[in-house]
Every structure is written in C-alpha cells, then in structure tokens.
Design a protein around this ligand. Structure first.
Ligand code: FAD
Length: 670
C-alpha cells in the first residue's frame, strides 16, 4: 500500500487512503471537479479531515493565498487552487516573518544578512506587480503568519487559507501554529497546504515514497530513470487576466518593509543593514519572477550556455560558467519543474547532450536533498547529523572561525570565495565545497557554524540544500559516498589556472605573476620573489598548516614539490649570502671567482623556480604525449591487423583455389 506513513511526515499530516490519493492525484491541474478540492488528496495538502471539510458550510467568499517560498504567479499550484476555491476572490498575502530575521541557533549570526533581505524585498515587489497586472494586489505584512493570517481571515470572513507545504523544522512549526490560531477563531477557516512545485518531481510520484528514498543520490537517480521513468508533472500556466478579483474595500495592502525595519533587531550596525552591489559580482542578481524567467531564457535560448554547462560548471569566475538559477529557485521565483520542462523543450528543439543532462542531474540533486530533509527531519540540524555520528571532536575556536568568515586564512581559494560571499551573497559550487572542506577537515570547527554563516550570507539559502550539503561535507549525511577532503591549493590551481579569480577578490595578490605556481600558497613563495610582489606582505600567513593527504601518490608528489621548494630556498639563501657579501664588501669590483659563484647561484635559483612552476604543466603534457602515443599505437595495430587479415584471406583464397583446381596447381607449378 502506498500509505502516507511511508512519507515520514508528522503524524498530524497522515491521512487519507491510497485509493483516495490516487484518484485525486491530478489535483494540481485546474479544471478538476470542485468536490476534489475538499478531499484529502495527498499527504502534503491539508490539516483537516475530509469529513470536517465537507460538513463545513462555505458561506464566505474570499480565500487567502499565503505566499511562502513560492513567489511567482506562473506554475503556482497554491495560487491556482485558491483562485478555483474562491472563484477569483483571493487575498494574496506575504508575511515578512520576524523570526526569519532573528539570530541563528548556534553561532548567533543574523539569519538573513542584507544581500538576501534586499533580494527578498525585490521578489515581493515583483510579485506584487504581477498580481496588480492580473487585477489584484499583494497584501504585505511585517509579522508572524499565524497572527497576520488569522486577523485577515477574521476581518474578511475567509473560508479557506491556501499555502505551500514546507518540510523543514522551523517552517513546519509555523504551519502548526497557524493551524492552531485559525482553529481558535469563531468561524475557523480551513488550512490547505499543498506541495507547491518546489521540486522537479512530486513526492507522490516516487514509486516507493519518501520513506523508502535511497540514501545515495546515484540510486535515487536510478529510481527516477528506471522504466517507466517517474514523470515530471507539467507546469501550470499563470492565471489569465481577470482570473483574480480586486481586493475587498478597506483592506490595506501594506508597504514592503524597509531594510532597517527588517534588520534592525539582528544587525545593530546601521552600515551593514544596506546592501551595495559590488562591481565584481558574478551577476547583478535581482529578485523576482521577471528576472528569473529572463535568466532561464538567457541561459538556455539566448546564449546557449547550457550547451557547455558540463564543461564550465566547475568554474569560479564570471556570469555564465553555471546557470545561477539557485537564488530564484530558493525563493520560488521559478519552479524547478518549469526549468526541467524548459530544458526538455531545449533538447527537443535544439540538441540534447551531456550538458543538458547534467543540468537536469543538478536539479535532481536538489530534489534529493529536499526529500531527504523530509525523511530525516530535525536530525539535519543536529551536531551528529542524520547519521548521528558523535565520534568527532569539533572545535569552537572563534578566532579561527572569524578568519574563515572574513577571508583571512592565508589560503587564497578559501579567502577569495569567502570574500565573494560576503560582498555579493553568492559563491560558486566549487568554492562552497572547498571552503566547507577547509572548515571541517582542516580547522575541525563545528560544521553548524559554517552552515549558519552560509544561511546568513547566501542569496540562494535553501534550508534543505544548505544543511544537506554541509552534513555531506562533514561526513554526517546519509549518502555513503561522502567525506572528501579537498586540497584547496590544488583546487585553486586546477580551476583558476591563471589566478584571475584569486586576484579579483584578493588585491594583495595582484602583483603575483599570472599563472605563478605559488599563487594558491603564496606563503611558500621564495622570499626574494615575495619581495618583488607589492602588497603581498599584507596578505595573511596561514595560521593553520593544511594537513597532508593520506593518499600515497599525493603524499609523494607533495614531498617532491616540497623538495623543489627547499632547493629554491637553498638557492635563495645562497643569493642572499652573496648579496650580503657584496654589501659588506661595499666595493664596485668583484673577482672572477666570486662572479662565477654568484652567476651560478642565480642560474640554479631561476631554473628551480621555473621547474617548480612547470611542475603543474608536466602532468598535462605527459598526458597529452601519452594520449598521442596511445592513438598512434592503436592506429598501427589496426593497420597491422588489416594487413594480416588481408594476408590470411589471400592465403585462404589461394588454398581454396588450389583445392578446387588441383590440376591448375600442377599446371602453374610447371
Ligand atoms: C556547503 C554547501 C552549501 C550549499 N548551500 C546551498 C544553498 O543554501 N542553496 C542552494 O540552492 N544550493 C546550495 N548548495 C549547492 C550549490 O553549491 C548551489 O546550488 C550552486 O552553487 C548554485 O549555483 P548555480 O545555480 O549556478 O548552480 P548550477 O551548477 O548551475 O546548478 C543548477 C541548479 O542545480 C541545483 N544544485 C546544483 N548543485 C546542487 C547541490 N550540490 N545541492 C543542491 N542543489 C544543487 C541548484 O538549484 C542550482 O541552481 C550548497 C553547496 C555546498 C557545497
């Protein structure tokens, strides 16, 4: 039986029978018979029982559409359900919940820093404009939804409140409180929560439900793709003009709260409450559905960037190496399945390749984290994570943590990424993985502090993806293939070969020559070279030595590199000695022997430095040479085989000939 128990949702949400659910599954579409709206359609839709709803007298006209993380009019099942229920008499409401602007649990950071607050305000403003264009408006309040919505429901005599179902801890608590406060009203309106298209795949469509969700992503993907594949439901069109009635007289729409109003409790410093766009930002992110759709259109249709996504997605710098959809997805300015369908359309009309599949794959990763969050519940936020491992000793070193947050660890990839995050609210996926690994594996600092810092600063903060990725990085998630320690120096060299990203965010490194081997560990640069780089001294020295990898090969290559550095340092000191000697002699003339020695030491130093730099390139050239050799040898083999084949054929043919015409053989011989 496909019971609701298997979804692992709170008991108050368990209701209905499998049969009931399957009959009502297309409820997301409009135009269903009216009666189905009042039935228990799925485990994510409502708090009340079917009977309660059917017995309730529906005399009131207006219904409330409560917007949460679904700030759009297109493909919004909640808005459409409200329009259908209220026959267009809808009160669209958004609440800026003060709890979302409080302090985090562990490290007490502001839950929402200025960049995201600004982005959210833009999203709400855009939604209001869209609703106005449809003939309605958005009621905006700065207050707790349970208080705001019950007051509105009472004031306007609303019969129903529609909202999207969320699954994380804080969000479900709000739902419970809202349900309780609505129930306490004299004429309690019903609360209907439904899955708001926040994922590409609907949890009801998973063959084994969320409770049986595979822990490993690879297996989850296999479940989605096995025959017949799990369908991706079609996105819904935005309501037609006139589908929404104007708001009732006397309802105050309310103004969007200012940044000061939103942040004054959590951010005491006035200067930090405003957000100025940094010119170096990867993209000038602007909140709202309009900007989201424009970005999707640009990335797919205008620029065809999706076509190379698989090869560029691990980049660090620029607007288009990755899709940058995350901030809009997190606020629900566009739905994941809408993007999924758009990619499919792109594949049909232009071309499908590894890159288009990769983008769908990434959106599946996002779905997986959301479904896992549903299944593991509060464990996602505990120190031991969903795996419940408490055998790690986590540190709570504030100084080290602050150095990490402010980008002062002495490791350029970490510092550049953290400064980018601080200034813009965005960081590449590669950057996120590297800084998380550094905090967890090198500094051994409580992973929850890192997750909370991301929660505070990220524009695209999404509770499931953030905590899911952090627990994975800490080796505490449920996916068995985790716990990678990333070498932040190698990552920097591999993904920012010429150091352009590091230089963009770390002006102290500007004077280091492009492509310098030591760009990603400047503290190892020979002193003489350091001296030639202006401002390099201002860059902090690392306060923690990165741990060496246990891998034997990596350890060996690291030792080799170390020895080169030592050699360079040796040459360096020899040169220093000579410079000192020259200074001590303070004479303009120098003997031939001294000159030879000096020249020799300089040549050694230069060649060592060059070989150090080139050592990055060696594997690349080696691989190229090996590749060429392989291709040539394969060609030779094929040629030889063909020749041999021809020779055998000829031999056989001649044998057959001789068998058929034995007399001829004799004749020929003669
Ligand atoms: C420690 C850590 C914390 C993270 N926190 C968040 C977060 O709060 N919010 C968030 O949306 N993403 C988070 N991610 C995932 C990922 O880094 C971002 O989604 C991605 O960098 C956003 O850029 P993009 O939209 O250009 O992604 P693309 O590479 O273009 O990917 C397309 C979309 O796929 C989804 N996606 C890709 N990778 C992941 C992933 N690993 N997990 C979940 N979804 C993914 C995102 O929705 C993304 O927009 C985190 C990753 C790490 C390692």
């Amino acid at each position: 039986m496909r019971g609701f128990m298997r979804h692992g949702v709170p008991s108050m949400l368990k209701h209905g029978s499998g049969a009931e659910r399957s009959r009502t599954r297309p409820i997301d579409g409009i135009g269903q018979p009216r009666v189905w709206r009042y039935r228990r359609v799925c485990s994510f839709c409502s708090f009340r029982t079917c009977d309660e709803l059917r017995n309730g007298v529906e005399t009131r006209r207006y219904v409330i559409a409560w917007f949460r993380a679904d700030l759009r009019v297109r493909d919004n099942p909640v808005l459409l359900a409200a329009i259908r229920a209220g026959k267009g008499h809808v009160l669209p409401v958004y609440c800026f919940d003060p709890r979302s602007f409080g302090l985090t649990d562990q490290a007490k950071f502001p839950k929402c820093a200025a960049p995201r607050a600004q982005f959210l305000r833009e999203c709400v403003e855009d939604l209001r404009n869209s609703l106005r264009a449809l003939g309605s408006d958005l009621i905006v309040r700065h207050g707790r939804p349970e208080a705001v919505l019950s007051e509105l429901a009472e004031q306007c005599g609303c019969s129903q409140v529609f909202g999207s179902k969320e699954v994380a801890r804080d969000e479900t608590r709000v739902e419970e409180k809202l349900n309780a406060s609505l129930a306490a009203l004299e004429n309690p309106p019903e609360l209907t929560l439904r899955w708001g298209a926040s994922t590409m795949f609907h949890p009801d469509d998973l063959p084994d439900g969320v409770a049986q969700l595979p822990n490993a992503f690879v297996r989850f993907r296999r479940v989605l793709e096995r025959q017949p594949p799990v369908p991706m439901r079609s996105p819904l069109l935005p309501p037609a003009k006139g589908a929404l009635q104007p708001l009732p007289e006397g309802v105050d729409c309310g103004a969007i709260p200012s940044m000061d109003e939103l942040l004054k409790e959590s951010i005491p410093a006035e200067a930090e409450r405003c957000f100025q766009l940094d010119a170096r930002a990867a993209l000038p992110f602007r909140g709202g559905e309009t900007a989201a759709l424009a970005r999707v259109h640009y990335y797919l249709w205008e620029s065809d960037r999706i076509f190379k996504f698989n090869y560029t997605r691990r980049g660090l710098r620029g607007a288009d190496y990755s899709s940058k959809f995350s901030a809009w997805l997190a606020h629900g300015c566009v739905s994941a399945r809408d993007i999924g369908h758009e990619i499919k359309r792109y594949e049909r009309t232009r071309k499908a390749n590894l890159s288009t599949q990769r983008l769908v794959h990434e959106l599946m990763v996002r779905d997986h984290f959301r479904f896992l969050a549903m299944r593991v519940g509060d464990a996602l936020f505990r120190l031991g994570g969903p795996r419940g491992r408490l055998d790690f000793e986590w540190k709570h070193d504030r100084a080290a943590f602050e150095a990490w947050c402010t980008g002062a660890t002495g490791y350029p990839l970490v510092d550049a990424s953290m400064r980018e995050l601080h200034r813009t609210g965005f960081m590449s996926d590669r950057g996120r993985r590297s800084v998380a690994s550094f905090l967890i594996k090198e500094l051994r600092i409580d992973w929850r502090w890192g997750a909370e810092w991301f929660e505070s600063r990220l524009l695209d903060y999404d509770v499931h993806s953030n905590y899911g990725n952090w627990t994975s990085a800490a080796g505490l998630g449920v996916d068995p293939r985790e716990e990678l320690r990333l070498n932040v120096v190698k990552q920097g060299r591999a993904f920012d070969r010429y150091g352009l990203y590091a230089k963009l965010w770390l002006p102290e490194l500007k004077a280091i020559p492009q492509g310098d081997y030591f760009m990603y560990e400047p503290h190892r640069k020979p002193a003489a070279e350091r001296a030639t780089c202006a401002n390099l001294e201002q860059y902090p020295a690392p306060f923690v030595e990165r741990k060496r990898e246990p891998n034997a090969l990596t350890a060996l290559s690291a030792r080799l590199r170390e020895s080169r550095v030592r050699e360079a340092r040796g040459a360096e000191s020899r040169r220093d000695v000579w410079q000192g000697r020259l200074a001590a002699m303070s004479k303009s003339s120098i003997t031939d022997a001294e000159l030879d020695d000096l020249v020799q030491s300089l040549v050694v130093q230069q060649s060592v430095a060059q070989s150090g730099r080139e050592s990055v390139d060696v594997p690349r050239y080696t691989y190229t040479a090996l590749g060429v050799a392989l291709v040539v040898s394969v060609l030779l083999l094929i040629g030889a085989w063909m020749k041999y084949h021809r020779w055998i054929r000829r031999a056989l043919e001649s044998r057959e000939d001789s068998a058929l015409f034995p007399s001829m053989r004799g004749t020929t011989r003669m």
